[in-house]
Ligand binder design. Sequence first.
Ligand code: FES
Length: 85
Amino acid sequence: MKKIKVQICSGTTCFVMGGSELLLLPDILPDEMKDSVEIEAINCMDKCRNCGEEKSPFVIVNGKSLEKVTLNSLFETVQKIYQGI
Ligand code: FES
């Protein structure tokens, strides 16, 4: 199975708008999912400027940009992809 690629923006705006919590994703992944998910912290993508700070934090999952992401919503997104939903 191809790994699910999760790129978490860790630029200042996203970080203070909740992105810091998103970096805890590896801690809440069930053991069976850990090897299937590749998590990377990335620099500001300028979405905070172009799309509005209120839509932060931004995350890209398998190339798809998500906004106002919470740890819970990120986990659900990754879990759905893992389960093939
Ligand atoms: S800090 Fe995340 S898009 Fe700018």
